[in-house]
Write a protein that binds this ligand. Sequence first.
Ligand code: PLP
Length: 299
Amino acid sequence: MKSTNQKIPLHFPNGIELFIKREDQLHPIISGNKFRKLKYNIRAAKEQNKKTLLTFGGAFSNHIVAVAGAGKEFDFETIGIIRGEELQEKIQENPSLVVAQQFGMKLVFVSRDTYRLKDTPEFLEDLQSKFGDFYLLPEGGTNVLAIKGCEEILSDDDINFTHICASIGTGGTISGLINRAASHQNIIGFSSLKGDFLQNDIAKFANQKNWTINCEYHFGGYGKVTNELIEFINSFNLKHAIPLDPIYTGKMMFGIFDLIQNNYFPPNSKILAIHTGGLQGIAGMNIKLEKSGKTMITI
Ligand SMILES: *Cc1c(COP(=O)(O)O)cnc(C)c1O
């Protein structure tokens, strides 16, 4: 499956061109990179005769919604271990969890302390004794099979781009891009979180060295936004009719525009930005923005 590259028809300085790969349009529910990350995992789960997918996520997680949607489409039971016990009483205020539940996902709320233990053998045993046999997908969906799926984001036609940009959460998507890219291409990951602990995770999976991580555009950290970011997202959508999400792709695109302005890219660079999806998260963010009286994201 191949998504279209759309040119952003702006006159950038120094002959720079910018295209956006519309991975957000791959699937109506299992959006963007989450579709790529699930593809080979779903196949493996079927091969192993698993009936249930179990995974982890935060309150507005794109991954949780994608797994719930994949369960419905490919006929699996799904269980989502959700960070934050307090959310249980407030599901109705959370569009992402409502949708996951509508797709049949069983939501299990755990405290933040318990959630932190999710990768320990004891926690896993506890889950197995409670829920029986399942296919485990890690938080954010990143594993070797997910990276294999993300290698399919790029196709042979993309060889002429000098720079490939994507947003980073766990680093799975960027690892797939790095593995698929040609050695003359530069891959730039824009971190959606504060801190540079991602470097090692990516180096573990990636088989080339032509990549950098930019940590300048996290806007205060994971899930944090500023008015400036929201206004950028709104004006981008108004000009180009391309919605961006506030957690990942909006921050990446803001970063790309800012780097172009600051002459980071050499003249005549041909940049491909990956729209990794995540648009389902806008509804939840808008509820938060409205509550605090801030500018909301127009859709
Ligand atoms: C999950 C997600 C990412 C981050 O992907 P990783 O593979 O975890 O780095 C980026 N963009 C969107 C829209 C996402 O939903």
